[in-house]
Design a protein around this ligand. Sequence first.
Ligand code: NAD
Length: 484
Amino acid sequence: MQTQPTASHYIDGAYHEDEGGEAIPVVYAATGAEIARLHAATPDVIDRALAAATAAQPAWGAWSGTERGRVLRRAADILRERNREMSQLETMDTGKPLSETLIADATSAADALEYFGGLAGSLTGEHIQLPDGDFVYTRREALGVVLGIGAWNYPTQIAAWKAAPALACGNTMVMKPSETTPLCTLKLAEILTEAGAPPGVFNVVQGYGPQAAAMLEDPRVAKVSLTGSVPTGKKVYQSAAAGMKHATLELGGKSPIVVFDDADLESAVSAAINGNFYSSGQICSNGTRVFVQKGIKEAFLERLAERMKDARLGDPMDEETTIGPMVSERQLGIVMGYVEAGKSEGARLVAGGERVDRDGFWITPALFADVTDDMIIAKEEIFGPVMSVLDFETEAEALERANGTEFGLAAGVFTNDLTRAHRMAAGFQAGTAYINTYNLTPVEVPFGGMKMSGVGRENSKAAIEHYSQLKTVYVSMNPTEAPF
Ligand code: NAD
């Protein structure tokens, strides 16, 4: 398939190139081969994109919500029609197997566009009655130009999760995808144009950290929405604060899954597999610390190791494949480093964790048992297929240890005790708590982090608060008085 895009950037409704920018080689993770070469934005590209988004915003914001929503819903339909093509490109961009991308990427982007497209027409302010006939009404207004900055694990989904609420609220957007996966977002831009978005409403600018940082510092940007790591999140939050800009930060995690003795074993094992090995573990909300109560521990490990034998590592374009490569050589190196750290700190490697002898960036899913809270693999986000199983005895102990992390993105509990499940959900310090399931993120529900895992919420009606602002209009029905 054609993987070299027409040009690196998408500005004001058309592709735009400037070969003066630093090269961005795009590598197919399954083979290590270069499949496209793009260029990071020059200052001129950045200026053009921000100028286009700034110029387009007032008219776009003045459209009725229903009209804006229609564009988003049309884009959703086109994405679904082209799901296979989009999924293949997502696989080339990220290395994730087609068996995943066919159901999790363009489809989830389409869900977001459809949901916020539907919501757009119902966004309103409110009327507040005051004494003596005075009243206030609030206007829900756009923020202006939103800067999106993406991570590399879900490029289509990340761009759409940001663009859908931003555009629904009447903002325009400049999206900078991850330099590791720059291809899919350009397709989303093409589709939005085709769906009727006026030029400048959704722009794509390629680049590394410095290009994103330069855009964030520009006074034309009113809000930033980042999906990335905690260290990047801190820098972005600081820069946003300097300009008093709104910020949504979707950052990393080291989430717990707590499995009690009375849990449905098969479901808990499935959740541990999904929450550690889907997308080769490159998911922010993964439940990478699996706390298993002592009575069920051996049965859990045995069943897990057995089911891991059914993982099919291979050509990501083969729909039977369930395990793809790491996104890049760099990420593979990071993950291999953690596997070594786990071994040297005394964790028991039950299965996997081996570099696969083939082109591309492959590792077999790793299962560590007898992990303790102080080990590096239990403390740091790995962002790869490395599961740590830890033992526990009591509910109080499990909750305390589950919360013993600077992160707070998600948490899961498996038990058939109804009251315990809700006690745990209430006690978890996490943006999402799952009971007897894990890692489901439908667009209708809020998604985001507590503690170091981020600020703000994506998806659901909650996202509207982060992509719009209220103006209070006070109307007096009486003469204005003064003391003198
Ligand atoms: P990263 O932080 O290295 O990069 C994220 C983005 O930030 C990239 O586009 C990068 O170019 C940009 N960037 C880098 N330095 C910057 C700077 N100084 N100013 C502005 N932008 C800058 O993250 P990554 O390695 O691409 O992605 C993995 C991380 O993302 C993991 O920590 C993962 O947990 C997190 N993540 C979070 C979510 C979520 O929704 N919470 C989803 C996916 C990934």
